[in-house]
Ligand binder design. Structure first.
Ligand code: AMP
Ligand code: MG
Length: 344
């Protein structure tokens, strides 16, 4: 437990560092800022030209309360407990969008992984390695196509449970963007814990500079992206993992097997206009592995990605290839990826 708390604090410090880096040029006037914990992570907000951090924080806390799978007062908890629930229109909209994204991503994103997430102990930190038979049974329960949503009434098949953890922060980014627009903000950097919203422009007009956490030392960055507006979502095994008998198990699960992904991917960063899509993609591309992820990028487009693998390769798709600056003398090999070939 202490270890988890320590990790959260470390993570929070890292996030603060990234946000400060992202908004480091001298502002014309003091930005509105806030830092708080929601969705199991530290969030830091910097807004130029409007005072709306409190509204965004309130929305983050409200969404957290509705969407959390562990909070006994949440809509998702009630749905998982009862197998059916009348959701608020907002939550139903997120479930609907998530099911569409799951289909678009061929089930690499599947919000019904929750029984497996529980069995591995990722929600409590009380880790366990289920045996093969248990895993087969868990995998059989994972199937987003068996979730029905009729209006705002959601119904799950027997033994099925939802987890919106892979998309909630991205959804919040989209909501925050609407609040920023409504408030007349000029620019903002909202670090929602691994999902960053870049909005408008900085007071000096320069590009936003976003650090990508180094999976080997997540408190520091292995490189930076110079970006305009958009959402930057990162999924990394380092965010939550444990080791048993020399094997490392991470919190991103392959819905086909109910097992933690072990395909050589260390981290995936997605840059996309729509926050919920960026968040869904970062998780799903991680599950697909580098080659599958790049095939998905070629097939769909509409986003860019940065993928770091354990064989020392750093894949950068077309739109970000010349926006990346390494933080130091890193040992990875940069692999620009184009539409017609992998660059390998
Ligand atoms: P993210 O950090 O956005 O990649 O989301 C990871 C979280 O989503 C995990 O902690 C799980 O709660 C949940 N999750 C894990 N694997 C999947 C998956 N394949 N599809 C959907 N949700 C997942
Ligand atoms: Mg995600």
């Amino acid at each position: 437990m202490m270890k988890r708390v320590f990790r959260r604090v470390l993570c929070g410090m890292m996030i603060l560092l990234i946000t400060l880096t992202a908004g480091c040029s001298a502002p014309a006037s003091d930005p509105d800022t806030a830092s708080f914990t929601a969705m199991d992570t530290v969030m830091t907000l910097t807004v130029y030209g409007a005072d709306c951090c409190e509204r965004i924080r309130d929305r983050a806390l409200e969404l957290d309360q509705r969407l959390s799978a562990v909070d006994e007062d949440s809509e998702i908890f009630a749905l998982n407990r009862d197998g059916t629930a009348v959701l608020s229109a907002d939550t139903a909209a997120l479930v609907r969008r998530t099911l569409t994204l799951s289909a678009d991503l061929d089930g690499a994103l599947d919000p019904t992984v929750y029984p497996a997430v529980l069995a591995w102990g990722f929600t409590t930190g009380d880790y366990a390695v289920p045996d093969d038979e248990a895993l087969r049974a868990l995998a059989a329960r994972i199937d987003y196509t068996a979730v029905t949503l009729s209006g705002d009434v959601c119904t799950l098949k027997d033994g099925m449970m939802l987890d919106l953890g892979a998309v909630a922060k991205g959804w919040l980014a989209d909501e925050a963007k609407a609040i920023l627009a409504d408030s007349g903000a000029d620019g903002a950097v909202l670090n929602l814990g691994g999902t960053i919203l870049l909005y408008g422009s900085k007071p000096d007009g320069s590009a936003f500079r976003v650090g990508i956490a180094d999976p080997a030392a997540p408190a520091s960055c292995f490189g930076y992206l110079n970006l305009g507006e958009g959402v930057v979502a990162t999924s990394g095994g380092y965010e939550r993992c444990f080791e048993r008998d020399g094997v490392r198990y991470i919190h991103i699960l392959d819905p086909a097997t109910a097992r933690p992904v072990d395909n050589g991917v260390l981290s995936v960063t997605v840059i996309c206009d729509e926050g919920v899509a960026a968040d869904a993609l970062s998780t799903a591309l991680f599950v697909m592995g580098a080659e599958g992820a790049l095939d998905c990028w070629r097939a769909h487009g509409g986003f860019d990605c940065v993928i770091l693998t354990d064989d020392g390769r750093l894949y950068l798709t077309d739109g970000v290839a010349d926006r990346f600056t390494p933080a130091g003398d890193d040992e990875y090999e940069i692999m620009p990826v184009h539409r017609d070939h992998t660059g390998s």
